[in-house]
Design a binder for this molecule. Sequence first.
Ligand code: FES
Length: 196
Amino acid sequence: MNSKQPDGTPINVAEKGDGSDERDVRRATQPHQRDFPYERGEEAQVTRREFCNFLALTSTALFVSAAGIAGKAALDAGAEPSYAAMKIEGAPELAPGSSLNFRYPNEDDTAILVRSADGQYFAYGQKCTHLACPVYFEPKRQRLECPCHDGGFDVRTGNVLYGPPPRPLDQIMLEVREGGEVWAVGRKAGGHERSV
Ligand code: FES
């Protein structure tokens, strides 16, 4: 319904802004409708559809990248750090059933090399996994023992045999090279749980 201006001229609702935008567009496009048909409703629908597609694509891209980051973090968490190989001095001369101390991978990391009665080599970080006392090799029982709270570890696996240590000893990977040289080539954390 039209109102009147102060001078009595009727005011078209279109001029008041009620739907005027739509009418203006129709009026402006009228001469070209045959050659270039234009429907605002359709345009709005296409725009909504495009927007939904855009949202879906963006969500998928975000999900894929988040999954990639999570996967990489998981891989990194499980990866062992790599250390430079180091020759363990005195290893070839070590008598079966005895041990020697060395440091690996850094000067602060005390370690123990054991040569079992059958001549095989095993090496571990020397810190007990309970409260970090240094373990030692007990040749009679062929075990690594911790004097602080009576913890014991298997010399061939580093696993806990008894006592309060919560997890195996850190293992040092070894390579026996030409001439009987023994090299430390890596260090691996001793797991998270007791195996016995
Ligand atoms: S520190 Fe080794 S058993 Fe407690």
